[in-house]
Design a protein around this ligand. Structure first.
Ligand code: ADP
Length: 486
């Protein structure tokens, strides 16, 4: 049995802005079920956690940590979800805010002190769990400094001194880049501030810190692990990453298949599965009614649930919307992000209320209803480390049309490659024309009920659980314990 500690900036069901939260909430559960001891350490986002209906209790432990010339007393709180233990770092001044990382579409100015403080307190919590920690598993730039701090400043804690660190890259595009002035203000080790370390053109890069110092680097799909070594996807770090490639591997994400299950989902109006699909029709009808669309069982209903960011290729969707509406399709979009994109989608929906609905915001319940009610799920991402939207869509028989990139390529079986096992459709070029062609193909397949039903059942049957990937992580952890780093 391994003693594994996850350190993450968000995790379901406590607080979520995207796929990292799904992973940090569900992978530890899968690892627990394999017999390991798991603790997740997270900031105490007081108002988000209260909104999630959870009531953490103080553990009595208070950790004093210095940041930017001030000593912060950080009480530790505990909450359990389905048996998984979360330890939460309280520092209301830093973490009790409306956003996790910033106002919509923006970042907080003090994100570096916030997360360096979090990393330091997390190390001290890990050091005081009562048993030596085998694995410290860190996620994305917010925990990138942790492996470096552990190796340079926290070796005097016997319980963590020999812990192995894993740094998982969920999105290479967000690197956590900050002014170099913070180095002395936060006590970050200076000897590594050079281009081969965590310096990035005179600034601090937290992603680089994680890559250089962690014992193993993983990313969330094998394709993305290869892509980020290229100039197209490497976000200016491809050369640096190449130097650390021996420690890099890709493990595809799984889903929390209890939360995402059309046979039991409490948010949807009828239940269904691969063997009993009738309920899906009812979900479509309810979605059409709820969104003010014409109730029409045979009209293709295109759906999208996403952050509205450049990465997600929403411009390719917006460009095609007029043509799709002209063809008579229906469109339901749920998302928030770039204000100009929000305005554009709102404008398009207002002009065609019977055919298109745009729900602005983050809405978990509506997301379940859209996954269940939709026929075709759109995911034209410019890059996609793994992507959970397409996994959830397949699990709900909402057939994904995806750009063949990263995890989308690895998880959706393309109809044009393998008609018998297809679970969706791929397109290659990140252009509106290529995307439209794929959507047109999806609609023409939708109009052949026997073919469509086969694709939909394949999608419904796909095993997107964590079973296989959790085993892969355990194998990696065990190799690390033996001193092998990949
Ligand atoms: P990313 O992490 O890059 O945002 P993923 O596809 O990996 O993208 O994960 C997105 C997760 O967030 C999925 O669980 C998706 O259902 C959810 N999601 C995205 N936008 C919204 C929204 N506006 N409302 C509810 N859930 C959303």
């Amino acid at each position: 049995m391994l003693n594994i500690v996850f350190v993450a900036s968000e995790a379901t069901p406590l607080a979520k802005t995207g796929g990292l939260a799904d992973v940090a909430g569900s992978l530890p559960q899968a690892l627990r079920h394999l017999g390991h001891k798991l603790t997740v350490i997270m900031p105490y986002y007081r108002r988000h956690i209260a909104r999630a209906g959870l009531r953490p209790k103080p553990t009595g432990q208070v950790i004093d940590t210095w940041a930017d010339g001030v000593m912060h007393a950080c009480p530790v709180h505990e909450v359990r979800d389905h048996g998984l233990r979360f330890l939460l770092v309280e520092q209301d001044e830093y973490f009790d805010r409306d956003g996790l990382f910033g106002p919509p579409g923006d970042a907080y100015e003090d994100n570096l002190p916030r997360f360096v403080l979090f990393n330091r307190v997390a190390l001290e919590i890990a050091a005081s769990l009562g048993a030596p920690v085998d694995i410290l598993h860190c996620h994305d730039w917010q925990t990138g400094m942790l492996p470096l701090l552990l190796k340079s400043q926290y070796q005097h804690y016997p319980a963590i001194a020999s812990a192995r660190t894993v740094f998982t890259i969920h999105n290479f595009a967000y690197q956590g880049i900050f002014d170099a002035g913070w180095i002395s203000r936060l006590g970050i080790p200076t000897p590594h501030f050079h281009p081969g370390g965590f310096e990035f053109y005179g600034r601090i890069n937290c992603m680089k810190a994680g890559i250089m110092a962690a014992d193993a680097i993983t990313t969330v799909s094998p394709s993305y692990a290869e892509e980020i070594l290229t100039a197209e996807y490497g976000c200016h770090l491809e050369g640096f990453l190449a130097d650390h490639k021996a420690r890099l591997s890709g493990i595809v994400n799984g889903l929390d298949t209890h939360t995402w299950n059309p046979a039991t989902d409490p948010h949807i109006s009828a239940h269904y599965s691969a063997v009993r699909t009738a309920g899906k029709k009812r979900c479509k009808k309810m979605l059409q009614e709820q969104c003010g669309l014409k109730v029409s069982p045979d009209t293709p209903l295109l759906t999208l649930i996403s952050r509205l960011a450049d990465q997600k290729g929403i411009d390719l969707v917006a460009e095609n919307i007029p043509a799709w509406l002209k063809h008579g399709y229906q469109i339901v979009i749920l998302g928030s992000g770039d204000p100009a994109t929000e305005r554009q989608l709102r404008h398009q929906a207002d002009r065609h209320p019977q055919q298109m609905h745009f729900a602005q915001g983050f809405n978990e319940k509506l997301a379940h209803q859209i996954y269940a009610g939709g026929d075709i799920f759109l995911m034209p991402s410019r890059f996609e480390p793994c992507g959970l939207g397409q996994l959830i869509a397949m699990r709900y028989g909402n057939v994904p049309v995806v750009r063949a990139t990263g995890g989308l390529r690895d998880t959706v079986v393309d109809y044009n490659r393998d008609k018998r096992s297809a679970t969706g459709i791929h397109f290659e070029a990140a252009t509106a024309v290529a995307f439209d062609r794929a959507v047109e193909q999806a609609v023409s397949l939708y109009r052949k009920p026997a073919t469509w039903s086969k694709i939909r059942v394949n999608a419904l049957r796909r095993n997107s659980s964590w079973d296989a990937s959790a085993e892969e992580y355990v194998e990696l952890y065990e190799r690390l314990q033996k001193g092998v780093s990949r």
